[in-house]
Design a protein around this ligand. Structure first.
Ligand code: ATP
Length: 363
């Protein structure tokens, strides 16, 4: 069993900076957990503490049923893959992959067997005699993965392993890593700042900000039910639109008053905000760009097209309402011209509501 448990884990660097502020996280055995968040939020520090490369200031870290706070990295049964691959330039691919095993005094025949097996999984059998400089970026990344696989670790730790690859290769490697995780049946903890990687690869996502965990959940839940304004704004592109407003009851209906405009709440949402005592309170309303409907004419708010961005199958439409810019995501076959008047409306079943003070979701 290789579950990884972080209990009240804190990291204060020597200069007094608190990079991780007492987090609790349970990564289940065989899970593909993604740590995602903006630059500087503490993802790498957290991963390095799991690896044993960074001392833990406070808290308890376990791998399986063993507390590892004082266990050396080499004895933790983990393997780490870095962003820069960290291959030895003077060694062949074979020797790079064999290096760790030789240090562990693994018999030669077993080293050969393990390398051949890993090379087959990764499709790098033909590259074993080459040196790293004779490889493409994607091939180097595979060798770095191969070097981790041959050690048969209980936990794979990866820190932005795809960020040095071009966009096309990144997409391909994403799929390969998902497959690798299925084949190996091992626990993966993967750090990225790329929300697409997080959404597509993780069985669960841990969203971090400023040294704290904001939400841990499956990708779908993170997207459809973000726990707070930070998560709602961080996951999703283009970003969710936010508006300040107030919830009021009118003629037996619950509506959100936003800048003099009223938006009806779906009945489930209305019930929930009433139960939770939000009538009359300041809130932040969130609506994802794809949940805004744009029509040439209709009953919605009348605004003008400011910018359109064609992205293959999608069209991003920018408009301003009462001094604030919003983005709607439409189908690319919608024909819109600059400055054209349009009618925009929100899908009331897809609205998000947040407490203005705590910034937490109120649904
Ligand atoms: P990125 O995506 O940019 O790599 P990250 O989320 O992985 O960011 P960390 O590398 O964990 O962030 O760093 C978290 C915070 O700790 C940052 O503000 C960083 O400047 C700070 N930090 C990292 N290493 C040290 C150190 N050795 N001493 C002091 N502060 C540090």
């Amino acid at each position: 069993m290789a579950n990884v448990t972080l209990k009240s884990i804190r990291k204060t660097y020597e200069n007094g900076f608190q990079a991780v502020k007492g987090i609790d996280l349970e990564v289940a055995d065989k899970e593909f957990m993604i740590l995602v968040g903006p630059s500087g939020c503490g993802k790498t520090t957290t991963l390095r503490m799991v690896a044993g490369l960074e001392e833990i200031t406070e808290g308890e870290m376990s791998i399986g049923d063993r507390i590892v706070n004082d266990v050396a990295p080499k004895d933790r049964n983990i393997a780490m893959v870095f962003q820069n691959y960290a291959l030895y330039p003077h060694m062949t691919v074979y020797d790079n992959m064999a290096f760790g095993l030789k240090l562990q005094k693994t018999p030669k025949t077993e080293i050969k067997e393990r390398i051949e097996k890993a090379a087959k999984i990764l499709g790098i059998e033909a590259l074993l005699d080459r040196k790293p400089k004779q490889l493409s970026g994607g091939q180097r990344q595979r060798v770095a993965l191969g070097r981790a696989i041959v050690r048969k670790p209980e936990v794979f730790l990866m820190d932005e392993p795809l960020s040095n690859l071009d966009a096309k290769l990144r997409v391909q490697m994403r799929a390969e890593l998902i497959k690798l995780h299925k084949d190996l049946q091992t626990t993966f903890i993967y750090v990225t700042h790329d929300q697409t990687e997080a959404m597509t690869m993780g069985t669960r996502i841990c969203v971090m900000n400023e040294g704290n965990i904001q939400q841990v959940a499956e990708p779908k839940t993170i997207y459809n039910h973000p726990a707070n304004i930070f998560v709602a704004g961080f996951i999703g592109a283009p970003q969710m639109n936010f508006m300040d407003g107030k919830l009021v009851e009118k003629d037996g209906k619950v509506v959100a008053e936003i800048d003099g405009t009223e938006i009806d709440l779906a009945s489930d949402a209305a019930k929930m905000v009433k139960t939770n005592g939000y009538i009359g309170k300041d809130i932040v309303l969130g609506v994802r760009p794809e949940d805004i409907k744009v029509e040439a004419s209709g009953k919605g708010l009348k605004v003008r097209v400011e910018v359109t961005e064609l992205l293959g199958s999608d069209l991003n439409v920018y408009f301003t309402y009462k001094g604030k810019q919003y983005i709607a995501k439409e189908d690319s076959n919608v024909d819109l011209e600059f400055n054209q008047e349009i009618s925009v409306s929100f899908d009331s079943n897809k609205l998000h509501f947040f407490d203005k003070e705590t910034e937490k979701s109120i649904l």
